[in-house]
Write a protein that binds this ligand. Sequence first.
Ligand code: PPS
Length: 295
Amino acid sequence: MEEAVHHIANRKLFLHRGAYFLEGTVTPEYIDSLEDFQVRDSDVFVITYPKSGTVWTQHILSLIYHEEHRNNTGHIPTVDRVPWLEYNWTNVDYEQRPSPRLFSSHLPHYLAPKRMKNKKAKVIYVTRNPKDNMVSSYHFTHMMKKLYEIQDNIPDIGAFMEGYLTGIEVFPCLWIDHVSGWYAHKEEFNILFLSYEEMIKDLRGVIQKICNFLDKQLDDQSMERVVGRAAFRTMKADPLANYQSVGGKELHFFMRKGTIGDWKNIMTVAQNERFDRVLQEKLKDLPIKFIWDIN
Ligand code: PPS
């Protein structure tokens, strides 16, 4: 089990304080230093379990805050506008960055900067139903391995699901631990919970909700632009939004299918039943009603 968890595509994973991180992009010392990260009251963080709509929400935040992004006159990739707190891929000097700073993160709640808990900085936490989350992650893993020409240890969906449910090949930790951790500690943060599914079903409504949370009111034309540019097809074709050239590789498959219920196309009945057996009880303890298909 230990051996199997140690890669995502060409990256080794290392375990630190109960979570896995990508080796070569971050150190245990840096993760520890984030505890004292100088959070500003005006900071905004998008926090997710991977494959829950992170890039989508990053993009929406960037569109809300940056007029030249909305108007298509700016040329800064989303990942630079809303950089990763724990993975500073683009070497942004966070201290020098003007307010309001926007960040993305996959950190579990207990590794979040303690100054985030003064309840002034804003946190947007996005969840996704775990079957689609797992399937999105499965395809992503395959595409990454193909991209980096890694032939070995490519699990089929059954093996991948076992890992997802039990802790093998799970980055950064078990889905249920991440989601239940952030919900259980919600009183400590100024936090807005959103779901991928409500974004699919009512994108404009969710963007308005985000604007209300951020105290950022957009006029009708700006709102129109944000909604239009955050649509799946538009984002998929937008090199600034689709991670096309991050790490010198063509990662445009971050935008794969963008729907609810794709798990039905790949999971067998038996796998679905097994998934339910393992997670159903735990899901009951979450204050979320998941949407499992597009209808
Ligand atoms: S990551 O690697 O954690 O940053 O991935 P993340 O961005 O969280 O999740 C990727 C999935 O989000 C889908 N996506 C979208 N869906 C609908 N509309 C828009 N605009 C959009 N942008 C990204 C993306 O397609 C991945 O889901 P799947 O199911 O694989 O298509």
